[in-house]
Design a protein around this ligand. Structure first.
Ligand SMILES: NC(=O)c1ccc[n+]([C@@H]2O[C@H](COP(=O)([O-])OP(=O)(O)OC[C@H]3O[C@@H](n4cnc5c(N)ncnc54)[C@H](OP(=O)(O)O)[C@@H]3O)[C@@H](O)[C@H]2O)c1
Length: 234
């Protein structure tokens, strides 16, 4: 198999780190853009560029000349009742989850276009498909991400596919507060039809499939990878 070029924004922790490991393990070149790089030590073929999606512009000259796949993994989880959510917090969530993704995709488009069949993967949340208490801000931003994914799938076809993964609760640095107490974590898992919360591997396997696997006839989709939460009544 020939080696391809992937850019994983937020590939230094959590689900993104697992995607980086998988693609690198398949022999591909991975450029990770994120604020920190400690956990990338020792991963072969993974290069790092320091980048804060809320502040920085992407240095296009540092991107590979052709990009086979781009994933945007940064996300937030500000859970508060609607009444206590200030408009500023909605703006912050939108900046990181939506505007950050837009900046990265726009900067990568020329290189994605140079690779026929290239693929973009974005991350939403189960809280878009299923109304959930205290999720107003993140659901609003991720709803925009899903709309963006479908629109770009139409605009960029046929040369680039665009899909979105919508996880439910997954054990990563973002959600560590939910997993610090094993008893509480176990009872959270019991709320799912499949009787457990997610692992970074559950999500990264699907991202790998969409970026580098036999998914070449899939675009404009939102895939719920959520233990059954969005579609099955327990
Ligand atoms: N985990 C869940 O339960 C869950 C549920 C629903 C949806 N999701 C979504 O799934 C995606 C991945 O989540 P995750 O749990 O893996 O998140 P995570 O553990 O917080 O990892 C996020 C990654 O993005 C990077 N990042 C964060 N802020 C950044 C910024 N401003 N600029 C550049 N990079 C930034 C982080 O690295 P640095 O800190 O080094 O920058 C890290 O590599 C997110 O979009 C999230 O909203 C997750």
């Amino acid at each position: 198999m020939s080696s391809k070029n992937f850019v994983i924004v937020g590939g230094s922790k959590g689900i993104g780190l697992e995607i980086t490991k998988r693609l690198s393990g398949l022999g591909h070149n991975v450029l990770v853009l994120s604020r920190t790089a400690e956990q990338l030590a020792g991963i072969e073929r993974a290069a790092h560029q320091t980048f804060d999606a809320t502040v920085d512009e992407i240095d296009r000259s540092a991107l590979p000349e052709s990009i086979d796949g781009l994933a945007y993994c940064p996300g937030s989880i500000n859970l508060r009742s609607f009444r206590s959510l200030k408009p500023e917090l909605f703006r912050e969530d939108f900046e990181l989850n939506v505007v950050g993704a837009i900046k990265c995709i726009q900067a990568s488009l020329p290189a994605l276009k140079k690779s026929p069949g290239s693929s973009i993967v974005l991350f939403s949340t189960v809280a878009v498909a299923l109304g959930m208490h205290a999720h107003a801000s993140i659901a609003a931003s991720k709803g925009a991400v899903e709309g963006l994914a479908r629109t770009l799938a139409a605009e960029l076809a046929p040369h680039t596919r665009v899909n979105c993964i919508a996880p439910a609760l997954t054990d990563t640095p973002l959600t560590e507060r939910f997993f610090s107490d094993p008893e509480k974590a176990k009872s959270l898992g019991e709320m799912y039809p499949l009787q457990r919360t997610g692992t970074p591997q559950d999500l990264a396997a699907i991202a790998e499939f969409l970026l580098a696997g036999e998914s070449t006839w899939i675009t404009g989709q939102v895939l719920g990878v959520d233990g059954g939460m969005s579609g099955v009544k327990k």
